[in-house]
Design a protein around this ligand. Structure first.
Ligand SMILES: [Zn+2]
Length: 238
């Protein structure tokens, strides 16, 4: 009886290991179908927040060696369909983050575990304790962005030279605002903000992306080519 129990436990462990192996793998190399989104969509506006210091950490994040929006070709082509609709109305997508190396996610995790660094709390997480950023799901050990088909974006007005105009569409919060008011379906918002969020969501869903409950700017391609693979190559021009 003890022997049978032991075998059952062993089989369960092996099964769990197999499931875990199937559930997630880390790949260090860049695959051929990762593209620079600006080469696929020349008109798209790119403002890679983690390459600069205008982000919740306040400095460049590890892994971002170039200000490039890299995505799988499948995700980039889906995004192109959205941009083609917007550009006809003097609007454009602006991307804030695209493929994110696992190294960068690890950098966030390390930052979140450092309780002393709260210099940008007022701008990015005024109502959440830094220690709860994990618990509330704003920071995690793995991000869908590392799979290469997830993108953070918004919509801006542009002129004929693709210059961003100051008459910003109001989405009710900035990018990476860790707060319930950034949830796409948050109720206590001006009507125009709700309309803008719905407009963005409808466009993205129409192109095959899925929204996230907690961030109005975050979308993942529904039929992403690497649903279980987390990449960890740096963002560079090569
Ligand atoms: Zn995101």
């Amino acid at each position: 009886m003890v022997k049978i129990k032991f075998i059952i436990i062993l089989v369960n462990i092996m099964l769990a290991q197999t499931l875990f192996a199937n559930a997630m793998r880390i790949v260090k190399s860049k695959l051929h179908d990762f593209v620079n989104v600006q080469e696929i969509i020349p008109s798209i506006r790119v403002d890679m927040k983690y390459y600069g210091s205008d982000n919740f950490v306040g400095r460049r994040i590890k892994g971002y060696s170039a200000p490039l929006c890299l995505l799988t070709e499948k995700a980039a082509l889906a995004l192109k369909a959205v941009q083609e609709q917007l550009i006809q109305n003097d609007l454009s997508l602006i991307v804030y983050d695209c493929y994110r190396p696992q190294t960068s996610v690890n950098d966030f995790v390390q930052w979140a575990q450092t309780s002393s660094d709260n210099k940008l709390k007022a701008k990015y997480y005024p109502n959440v304790n830094k220690s709860n950023l994990f618990k509330n799901g704003y920071i995690a050990y793995h991000s869908g962005h590392s799979r290469g088909s997830t993108v953070d974006l918004s919509i801006v007005s542009i002129d004929s030279r693709l210059k961003i105009l100051p008459d910003k569409l109001d989405f009710g919060s900035g990018f990476d605002f860790f707060d319930p008011s950034a949830h796409p379906s948050y109720k206590k918002l001006p009507a125009q903000v709700k309309i803008n969020r719905l407009f963005l969501q409808n466009l993205m869903m129409g192109a095959g992306f899925l929204p996230l409950e907690t961030e109005w700017w975050h979308f993942t391609l529904k039929n992403e080519p690497y649903p279980n693979t987390y990449f960890d190559f740096p963002i560079t021009h090569n």
